[in-house]
Design a protein around this ligand. Structure first.
Ligand code: AHR
Length: 526
């Protein structure tokens, strides 16, 4: 029997206020993220190939008028600040941080040391270091989140870095910052990551979970003596592994957040079969929800064991669609995204909203050029299909409280082609994926729905418990749709293939969610 789905929303059953930090970003010294994205590309790194940074005959200089007085690209900065309103950005990696030494990147630029870059290959010029990053954050109106080097770095060096950023006394590194910047005020960096993916065999300085937990305890203790105002992020894995369990047991009383990384589309896809590729991407974020639910349990268990009263939240500090066969180290992890990837992005954000009581921070990886919704040329920015769900969620699902909702009778995904890590979710996933936010002023309800069926549209009664929405009221509808699930935005005339269409409609109590679409409804409550 064909199912007839409906959605019930319960504005009087709050989950938690949505954390603005779930709209955060990530900059890594990788490919054209910094040189080409944050800064104009130099002649030796456009186009960037990490292992072969030769002068390119195609190099075009970015005109001065397209740069801020500090030399940053205005276009990228303006989109992140004014359109996506990103509140916070993680830096300098990623894998890159595991061999990064902050002292190489401070002081007069001409004296900075060039270094071999061990994570992605090539060389690091160190022309963009801590002071430049903080200046960029100021101009972008973002809070900085700095990840410490737990690969080749030492605790002493980490303490020096924090003193350099936050020191207010008459001490060596605080004075060094004053000398370099000519300003007295500290940077007040609150968020610090205790290493990145330290569990990975690809990491410079891989550790066992036990060794990492022991080291991170020492680091956390010392860091809090130096600066009690910091928020520390422990290095988790995917939220469901033995690594996560051991690290949480070791750190539940020492950290504020536990990090999780997940990307959809990992590993080679079967590109000959559209349906498989589509399903693999759009249902990928199911794994994120499973990871968060599992991790929530691990956190509780560790807090109880250590008798910790303060909450430990989840920092999903790397997520996004990434097909490793397309975005490779050779091309600086550059990937052109399709509507399919955009639907995955919307589902991801639905997960973060639904899990607002435990997910305090999420960083889309990455913010420009590298597996990113934004791609640059020397004189322009391309907004990829994946940019639009981020924009809509940031505009409509940020200021308010996530509330409970039930998708009743949703058709289920019935294919057998999901990656094994999605197969761990209880039961087959719903085709209709939704979240809801009650606006801060209580006057409207925002409902985000992804129809993950490739071919079927569904007309769905959308009921708001108790309050209701009067028939005939005008509602605002934002929809991301295209007849082709592989449609993408490209340079030279195809920049606007996949864009959001906004309209107003008279409410009839139900909405038709088109096949493979993302819809955001703004429903008036009063
Ligand atoms: O974002 C690209 C890479 O993915 C990061 O450097 C690393 O942390 C993750 O594996």
């Amino acid at each position: 029997m064909a199912s007839s789905p409906s959605i019930d929303i319960f504005p009087s059953a709050p989950i938690a206020p949505v954390s603005k930090y779930i709209f955060s970003g990530f900059l890594e010294h990788l490919g054209r993220c910094i040189h080409g994205g944050v800064l104009p590309a130099g002649p030796t790194n456009f186009p960037y190939t990490p292992r072969n940074p030769c002068p390119s005959k195609d190099y075009v200089e970015t005109p001065k008028e397209l740069l801020t007085p500090s030399g940053f690209r205005k276009d990228v900065l303006e989109i992140l600040r004014d359109e996506l309103q990103m509140p916070l950005v993680r830096w300098p990696g990623g894998n890159y941080v595991s061999s990064y030494h902050f002292e190489d990147g401070i002081g007069p630029k001409e004296q900075r040391k060039r270094r071999p870059e061990l994570a992605w290959g090539g060389e690091e010029s160190n022309q963009f270091g801590t002071d430049e990053f903080i200046e960029w954050c100021r101009e972008a109106k973002m809070e900085p989140f700095v990840v410490l080097n737990m690969g080749t770095g030492t605790l002493a060096e980490a303490l020096h870095w924090i003193e350099y950023c936050n020191g207010t006394g008459d001490t060596y590194y605080a004075n060094l910052r004053r000398k370099h910047t000519g300003r007295d005020e500290p940077y007040n960096v609150v968020y610090w990551g205790l290493g990145n993916e330290v569990y990975g065999p690809w990491q410079v300085g891989q550790m066992t979970a036990e060794a990492y937990a022991a080291a991170a305890r020492q680091w956390a203790h010392a860091i809090r003596l130096l600066d009690p105002n910091v928020k520390l992020v422990g290095c988790g894995e995917t939220g469901v592994t033995q690594w996560d369990a051991v690290v949480l047991d070791g750190l539940a009383d020492k950290v504020d957040l536990h990090s999780i990384h997940l990307y959809t589309g990992f590993g080679p896809r079967d590109r000959s079969q559209t349906e498989r590729e589509f399903a693999r991407s759009v249902y990928g974020p199911e794994a994120a929800e499973y990871a968060i639910e599992t991790c929530r349990g691990l956190i509780q268990k560790s807090r109880l064991a250590r008798n910790v009263s303060a909450p430990v939240k989840i920092a999903f500090d790397e997520y996004g669609p990434w097909d490793e066969t397309v975005g490779t180290p050779r091309n600086g992890l550059e990937q052109i995204y399709t509507l399919t990837d955009a639907l995955a992005m919307a589902s991801w954000l639905n997960v973060f909203v639904r899990q607002s009581d435990v997910v305090a921070l999420a960083c889309n990886a990455q913010s420009v050029n590298v597996i990113s919704p934004l791609m640059t040329r020397p004189t322009g920015v391309l907004r990829q299909a994946t940019y639009y769900p981020l924009l809509l969620f940031s505009q409509y699902m940020r200021e308010g409280t996530a509330v409970r909702l039930a998708v009743n009778g949703s058709p289920k995904f019935e294919g057998e082609t999901l990656p094994t890590w999605i197969g761990t979710v209880k039961g087959p996933p719903n085709v209709l994926d939704a979240s809801a936010v009650l606006a801060q002023d209580g006057k409207s309800l925002r409902v985000a729905v992804v129809n993950r069926s490739e071919r079927e549209s569904y007309t769905v009664p959308v009921r708001v418990a108790l309050a209701g929405v009067d028939s005939g009221r005008e509602v605002e509808v934002h929809e991301l749709w295209h007849p082709d699930v592989k449609a993408k935005n490209e340079w030279d005339g195809k920049e606007h293939e996949v864009v959001v269409k906004t309209r107003r409609a008279k409410w009839t109590g139900e909405w038709t969610f088109r096949e493979h679409s993302f819809t955001l409804l703004v429903l008036p409550l009063q």
